[in-house]
Design a protein around this ligand. Sequence first.
Ligand code: NAD
Ligand code: G6P
Ligand code: MN
Length: 452
Amino acid sequence: MMTKTKKFSIVIAGGGSTYTAGIVMMLLENADRFPLRALKLYDIDEARQAIIAKAIAIELKEKAPNIEFTWTTDPQTAFTDVDFCFAHIRSGGYKMREQDEKIPLKHHVVGQETCGPGGIAYGMRSIGDIIELIDFMERYSPDCWMLNYSNPASIVAEACRRLRPNAKILNICDMPVGTQRRMSQIVGLQPEDLEVRYFGMNHFGWWTSVKDKAGHEYLPQIRDYVAHHGYLTQVEVDTQHMDASWQATHKKAQDLLAVDPNYLPNTYLKYYLYPDYVVAHSDPEYTRANEVEDGREKRVFTAAQKIIDAGTSEVGAFPIDSHASFIVDLACAIAFNTHERMLLIVENNGAIANIDDDIMVEVPCIVGKDGAEPLTQGKIPLFQRGMILNQAMVEKLVVDAWIHHDYQELWQALTLSKTLPSAQVAKEVLDDLIVANREYWPELRHADHEVH
Ligand code: NAD
Ligand code: G6P
Ligand code: MN
């Protein structure tokens, strides 16, 4: 365990991400509890990263000159002498996110970043890149921990379980964090006042309890609110999920709740429970990738360029992504053995009693210096169990297909997904995805059976 006086060295993998600047500002804000001695950015896209990095360099020179700041595209430089790697890479970039969304929509199927065929396509791109990052980390800083929020987190986590079972990697998602902030607002508390029970997989789960520290149960009160408004609240609650399309998603939670009013649903379940609604409300010519390119990406890179041109951050500092402070909570839990309770993506091993041990689930965990200890959530009902087992086998088939370079397994994965109506449509979507992903996926072995 590290002592409280220790200062940390961090590498952010995906240095050119739209989130990097906000996370660095958040790190500065949290410097008293998580002090930095060195910060590095690592990316494979030198030009993209340089814009973010040069602006951050100006900010840090003005606000925290003691932090040694560098950026690089060289893995050895990036991963040498680091305590933590915060990983948020996007394999294939926005160009390929757009394809993940638009190709399925062309076939009247859900087109989404992490759910359905788009998430599967993204998974097939991400697995190799994340494994490579783990190998860099283990080669150059064997004691380093990777806090990974690169998507699709669920498929990535299953791939790590299979391919690097002993790696020091923790996979985490911000969606429960964001929704819990909304819940706290609904009941007039602060997010840190809430203690939850939750079961499922990443972007695929349910809250079974939301209590305050004194043990009062708020689930019925939140349920009554969500039944009318979904998770829509009046006040701006976070920086990340405020665009119009996100507001519609928060609202749609009321229809997710209707299917099983006992538990509070994760908003991502809409892609599995109402795929026809999602397709009907999507514009196949302008998807979320386009919205982000025209919104967040443009805002962040314009702000960075403005700082670079002026040579000072006085022209407008980057907004602090306070929402991302859960990453510091996680790093502190490991560094200082705080035994903080957090939702993480971990191997089940009995945490959910009546599903397989080897499924990567998302459940509350106690986090300390050796990583995560999952808290048991007991047995779950038939409906959720059926959904989870279905989705878990889809994701296992994806990882199998990546490992074996097997067309058949990937076709089965798409066919099994609740977002696809038939093996025929699954094949048509898959064949288009293969063409679009030629540069990124392993070449799949084909057993070319005509479908008649
Ligand atoms: P982005 O495209 O702006 O940034 C990703 C960066 O990663 C790019 O600069 C790209 O060049 C770089 N990159 C791609 N492949 C790489 C590799 N192999 N090694 C190093 N760098 C690489 O994307 P974004 O919108 O900022 O999102 C970044 C990631 O964070 C995505 O995976 C997104 O899905 C994820 N995300 C996850 C959560 C969560 O809760 N789990 C929340 C928000 C975003
Ligand atoms: C949520 C999810 C992330 C996902 C993000 C997409 O935060 O938890 O996993 O990457 O939304 O947001 P975007 O604004 O890029 O559509
Ligand atoms: Mn997520």
